[in-house]
Design a protein around this ligand. Sequence first.
Ligand SMILES: [Zn+2]
Length: 65
Amino acid sequence: MKSFSCEHGGVACGAKVTGETDEEVLEKAIAHAQKAHGVDLTNSQTLARYAQSLVRDESPAAADH
Ligand SMILES: [Zn+2]
């Protein structure tokens, strides 16, 4: 399982999206960023890369830390 948290990107936002694959998470993150932050992550390679780098592996058993 993969996850993306806005706060990992230094954004004061509690939003977190999860998915089975990087692509799925990224898609949700892009939709969230657009709706909640007015940022189009697909606009720039740098932003898209950055967002991708924030996608993390998450073990459902040990998600706590
Ligand atoms: Zn957010």
